[in-house]
Write a protein that binds this ligand. Sequence first.
Ligand SMILES: O=P(O)(O)OC[C@H]1O[C@H](OP(=O)(O)OP(=O)(O)O)[C@H](O)[C@@H]1O
Ligand SMILES: Nc1nc2[nH]cnc2c(=O)[nH]1
Length: 178
Amino acid sequence: MLQPITIHDKQFSLYIPERRIQHSVEVVAARISHDYRCKQPLFLAVLNGSFMFASDLMKEMSIPCEISFIKLSSYADMKSTGKVKEIMGLNQEIEGRHVVIVEDIVDTGNTIAGLLPQLREKGVASVEVATMLIKPECLEHNLSIKYPAISVPGEFVVGYGLDYNGLGRNLRDIYKVM
Ligand SMILES: O=P(O)(O)OC[C@H]1O[C@H](OP(=O)(O)OP(=O)(O)O)[C@H](O)[C@@H]1O
Ligand SMILES: Nc1nc2[nH]cnc2c(=O)[nH]1
């Protein structure tokens, strides 16, 4: 077995290797490229965690598309505070646009459940969600996540943009807590 890695006070084992991540990104990008072929989608990537997925997803898109980055934060340490935050940094006109929210992970769904009504209020033509990871057993909202790349169980994960108290975002693979 591969050696675990240590981040702060916790050990993590390899969970999803880079090549599986890249393959899943290609599959999601192909689906979105097909579904939005006449729509010039606007990706709204939720910082910080989505930066790596957003970058790889954009590189695999085969149709004209735009991207903008927004900031929200609801997590401290390893537990959800459950609070919904307002959108910061949205300097793009989104009325009438076909928006695809880009996330690194949908866990409880609090972030997406808080974001969707705010975007609809701004008059988007449509809004869907693309996420690298989804934890179906942790979802606390009735959400339809159209473009999930990989489903994972409830354990805490790091890597590929996801952090544990600031560290681990640079890892090319995804690791789970031991
Ligand atoms: O479905 P939920 O339970 O709402 O969890 C998902 C959210 O948690 C993480 O963000 P976080 O607030 O940790 O900020 P970060 O992206 O800057 O790490 C992740 O990037 C999602 O936005
Ligand atoms: N790093 C990290 N952030 C999260 N945000 C919501 N769930 C998770 C998780 O499993 N890992």
